[in-house]
Design a protein around this ligand. Structure first.
Ligand code: ZN
Length: 195
C-alpha cells in the first residue's frame, strides 16, 4: 500500500494476493479522514471491502457507513443522518481505454451494465486509488433532497418554527398551491370579513 503526501492511498492491483485481500478504514485508523472531510466532516465512519482477482479483472465487494450532518430540504432543520451502502464493483484494467473511460461510473441507480449486478469500473492502470473510490462512493450515497423526518410537511414543527423566526419564508420553501399555511391565513381573513 502506497500513501502519498496528499493522503491519497494507491494500491497496485497486480500485487493483490490471489485469494483476495481485505481492507478496512475508519475514523480511528484515520487514513481517509482527510479526504472524506468535505463529505462527512468529523462524522464517524467505517468502510471495509475485499479485492479479489477473478481472471483478468478484480472483484471489489464491501460496505460502509458514515455519519453525516444533513439539513432537511424542506424545513432546514439540522439532523444527523447515516449514509450506508453495500457495494459490488468489477475493476477492469485496460490501458487502451479512451480517456473518458477512466473510472467511469454509470448513473448509480439506472444505467448499470447489469440491473442489479456489479458496477464496472474501468481503470487505465493497475494503480487503484482506494481513497478516491471511498470518496466517490460516499458522495454518491448522499440523498439529493434529504428530509429530517419521514413526511416532513407544512405542519412540521421545525418548518413552522423557522417561518415564525423568519429565517425561512414560506414562498421559498413551498409552492403556493401546496402551502397549507397560506390557505389557513386565507380562511382566517375570510372568517374575519364575515363576522
Ligand atoms: Zn423537515
Amino acid at each position: 500500500m502506497n500513501v502519498r503526501k496528499n493522503s491519497e492511498i494507491i494500491i497496485n492491483l497486480n500485487e493483490i494476493h490471489p485469494d483476495g485481500e481485505p481492507f478496512q478504514f475508519n475514523r480511528k485508523s484515520g487514513e481517509l479522514n482527510k479526504i472524506l472531510h468535505n463529505i462527512i466532516g468529523d462524522g464517524d465512519y467505517n468502510i471495509e471491502f475485499t479485492i479479489t482477482p477473478v481472471g483478468d479483472v478484480f472483484e471489489l465487494k464491501g460496505h460502509f457507513f458514515a455519519d453525516k450532518p444533513l439539513i432537511c430540504s424542506r424545513c432546514a432543520f439540522d439532523f444527523q443522518s447515516q449514509l450506508k451502502e453495500d457495494f459490488h464493483e468489477i475493476l477492469v484494467v485496460s490501458e487502451e481505454l479512451p480517456r473518458k473511460g477512466h473510472l467511469s461510473r454509470p448513473n448509480h441507480s439506472s444505467e448499470g451494465f447489469l440491473h442489479d449486478g456489479p458496477f464496472f469500473n474501468e481503470l487505465r492502470s493497475p494503480h487503484f486509488s482506494i481513497s478516491n473510490f471511498a470518496h466517490e462512493i460516499m458522495a454518491l450515497a448522499e440523498p439529493l433532497n434529504p428530509l429530517g423526518k419521514e413526511n416532513c410537511d407544512e405542519n412540521c414543527e421545525n418548518y413552522l418554527k423557522a417561518l415564525k423566526e423568519g429565517w425561512l419564508k414560506k414562498e421559498e420553501a413551498l409552492s403556493p398551491s401546496r402551502n397549507a399555511f397560506s390557505i389557513l391565513e386565507q380562511l382566517k381573513s375570510d372568517s374575519i370579513k364575515n363576522t
